[in-house]
Write a protein that binds this ligand. Structure first.
Ligand SMILES: [Zn+2]
Length: 100
């Protein structure tokens, strides 16, 4: 009898790459650049396939790390301003190709 509803069992996903293996919760080193500084996280939550070894960093952890590292974390980016600038249609300048 297999009870998968146990709360303390980590979820396992089928591998998207080889489709035969399963992605297991694991902790691997994560490296990223912050400006010209290399940041390393020794025990970063990730998912590792037991067959092909494919690894995916945990999305939630990545989002949190990005927020931590981002100098603009917590700031609201005015999307309306970008949108307004984008919707503005610039007149296209037609360039005549000159023969050599
Ligand atoms: Zn795999």
């Amino acid at each position: 009898m297999v009870d998968t509803s146990l709360p303390n069992i980590d979820p396992v996903f089928p591998c998207r790459d080889c489709q035969a293996g399963h992605m297991h919760r694991d902790y691997i080193a994560y490296f990223t650049w912050l400006g010209d500084e290399l940041i390393s996280v020794p025990d970063f939550p990730a998912w590792v396939c037991d067959i092909c070894g494919r690894c995916e960093y945990d999305e939630n952890a990545l989002t949190r790390l990005t927020l931590l590292l981002s100098p603009n974390a917590g700031k609201t980016i005015s999307a309306t301003r970008v949108k307004a600038a984008k919707s503005r249609i610039k007149p296209k300048v037609q360039r005549s190709t000159q023969p050599d």
